[in-house]
Write a protein that binds this ligand. Structure first.
Ligand code: ADP
Length: 584
């Protein structure tokens, strides 16, 4: 029954995952529908308690509202996601949320913060080999470098983005980077290359049926057409751009397109239409605070008023243009310097990170070898150890001589030690390598069983057991939770002191979406100098009691496997408390 329920849940979860992707892909064709679908998915996640998926849906909503220009809502969703994923140490989640926030910043003129966040994302996406998002981030960074007028860095970013896209055959995304790149080529006087590049961008958008992207590609082509003096052709492209943006709901794109429409009409001397589109551009860009478009529109309106010899209006528009421009540029000039310092720092970090990653890969390879070595050796030793233990009990039945019996009992306890080590190693390799089925953990029962299995310890009878276990549902890998509790409880009993009242207190509760397992004793305690070593392999703080020095090392690996943390507070001759925190 248990298996059935979880199989069913798993299939609902994978269904939701697919729907989430579908809603994401639909964004370029019908953003409103994408939002509706994702909101629907959000309710399904809430109904089924799928925390990770719920937050992934919120991140996605953040992105959609960002495209729609509703930055406050987008920011709320993305911040919530970021906090959640930080807690979970979920790198992809953190990067996605940061990407959203970075994009919000650059669309609201905070290029400096945007660049820093996007660099962060880039690093995270690289570490996870996520080429798609790496390409997306590089493209956005290119845009910011352009705002900073750093064409060289912009070209470098776009070209890196294109290379990443080609690596994975991501043509729609490749088109996104080709588009601004063509504009830079044009500015640099490489007209032919510019036209070739923008045509490829448009063609890729058509091929991939990315409608929203097509609007931007057409806009890019219109810009070049205007510069080359083909105004009618430009207007046709822009009309299509506007139509798509209106359909999809992209406010930033719409403001930009209206502005260029106005410009194309102004160039053909159609002042009526020019004013009409400029004013539409003002309306939409001020409503959504897109200053970078707004000051360009005011500049165009100023030119138009001049053409109409309307000096007062011309002056008014010029003033507006300059004050917004100053506001944007001055602030950015200052931040620019700070950004660039940070960029070089981060680029160095990036280099370090890559070197570290290579090192990690080598270490991982070695670890894997070591793991399989441990696994083989320990399994091969299991058989002979059982035989030795068996032989020992046979010998005990036949031997009556006291001295021999004493020697055999010592021999027995040494084999038991070897057995402990071997079983520990088997446990360790299993923790690392096998994904266990998740089930609801009955902490009451599990804690009782752990104490029960400590009966063999000589200290057991003199220890008072106290349990305080909150009633809540927690699904996890039973074997791993068992390893954690077993090690903590066994140590707490084993390292008790002979005194009037020895206790072991187990407290398990839910707090801040974390399952907390605290095991407290008033035993021997751990010297401060030893506290940093106790989680190391084979470290033993004392030889008064028997042990393999593997328990806490295994425990730590088990906790890490569940993305949790472990802390110890301890004082010699007073006692120790181990606190394990696991994401609920
Ligand atoms: P082992 O118990 O086999 O020696 P562990 O890895 O479980 O190995 O523990 C490492 C060391 O940490 C122990 O040798 C002991 O010195 C110390 N230790 C662990 N738990 C406790 C505890 N509850 N109280 C006092 N010392 C402890």
């Amino acid at each position: 029954m248990e298996k059935l329920v979880s199989a069913e849940l798993l299939s609902i979860a994978s269904d939701i995952e697919v729907s989430l992707k579908d809603a994401f892909n639909l964004r370029s064709i019908d953003l409103q529908q994408s939002i509706r679908l994702t909101q629907d998915i959000l309710s399904r996640c809430e109904a089924n308690n799928f925390e990770d998926l719920k937050i992934a849906a919120k991140t996605q909503l953040g992105l959609f509202y960002l495209i729609q220009g509703e930055f406050d809502i987008a920011m709320n969703y993305s911040n919530e996601s970021l906090q959640y994923f930080h807690k979970r140490n979920n790198i992809k989640g953190i990067a996605d949320a940061k990407y959203n926030i970075g994009s919000i910043y650059y669309r609201t003129n905070k290029y400096h913060q945007a660049l820093l966040l996007l660099l962060d994302c880039l690093l995270l996406y690289r570490v996870t080999n996520d080429f798609y998002n790496e390409a997306r981030t590089l493209k956005s960074m290119g845009t910011i470098y352009e705002y900073f007028n750093d064409q060289e860095k912009a070209i470098e970013s776009y070209e890196k983005s294109i290379a990443a896209c080609r690596e994975i055959g991501e043509e729609a995304l490749e088109s996104n980077a080709l588009n601004p790149l063509s504009a830079i080529y044009f500015k640099q006087g490489k007209e032919e290359l510019a036209v070739e590049t923008i045509e490829r961008s448009v063609a890729l958008k058509m091929k991939t049926k990315d409608v929203r992207g097509l609007a931007f590609a057409l806009y890019g082509r219109a810009k070049i057409l205007i510069k080359k003096g083909f105004y009618k052709k430009a207007i046709i492209d822009l009309e299509e751009t506007v139509r798509i943006h209106l359909n999809v709901g992209d406010k930033l794109g719409l403001g930009m397109a209206y502005n260029k429409m106005g410009l194309a009409f102004m160039e053909t001397d159609d002042k009526e239409n020019a004013r009409h589109y400029f004013l539409l551009a003002v309306e939409i860009s001020s409503a959504f605070k897109v200053q970078i478009v707004l000051f360009k529109v005011y500049y165009n309106l100023y030119q138009l008023a001049r053409k109409e010899s309307n000096a007062i209006q011309a002056l008014d528009y010029l003033e507006k243009c300059l004050s917004i421009k100053e506001e944007v540029i001055n602030k950015e000039n200052y931040n620019l310097i700070k950004s660039y310092e940070a960029v070089t720092k981060i680029e160095n970090l990036e280099f370090e990170a890559r070197k570290q990653q290579e090192k990690n890969e080598i270490i991982e390879g070695k670890n894997a070898e070591l793991d399989s070595f441990f696994y083989r050796i320990s399994h091969d030793l299991k058989g002979p150890i059982s035989s030795l233990l068996g032989l020992n009990s046979i010998v005990k039945m036949d031997v009556v001589d006291e001295t021999s019996l004493r020697l055999f009992s010592m021999y027995h306890s040494q084999i038991m030690r070897v057995n402990d080590i071997v079983m520990g190693l088997i446990n360790l390799t299993e923790i690392k390598n096998t994904e266990k089925l998740k089930k609801i953990i009955d902490f009451e029962k599990l804690v009782d069983e752990c104490f029960e299995s400590c009966r063999y310890l000589p200290q057991f009878d003199s220890v008072i057991i106290e349990k305080k276990i909150q009633n809540f549902q927690f699904k996890s890998e039973w074997a791993i939770i068992n390893t954690i509790l077993q090690n903590l409880i066994e140590n707490a009993v084993k390292y008790s002191r002979s005194q009037e009242v020895s206790f072991v207190r187990v407290n398990i509760y839910l707090e801040d979406q974390m399952v907390k397992i605290a095991v407290e004793d008033n035993g021997q305690g751990i010297a401060e100098a030893d506290q940093q070593n106790i989680f190391n392999m084979f470290f033993r703080g004392t030889h008064r009691t028997q042990g393999s020095g593997l328990g806490l090392y295994i425990l730590k690996r088990a906790v890490e496997r569940l993305n949790g943390t472990i802390h110890v507070t301890s004082n010699v001759d007073i006692g120790s408390t181990f606190l394990v925190e696991l994401p609920a």
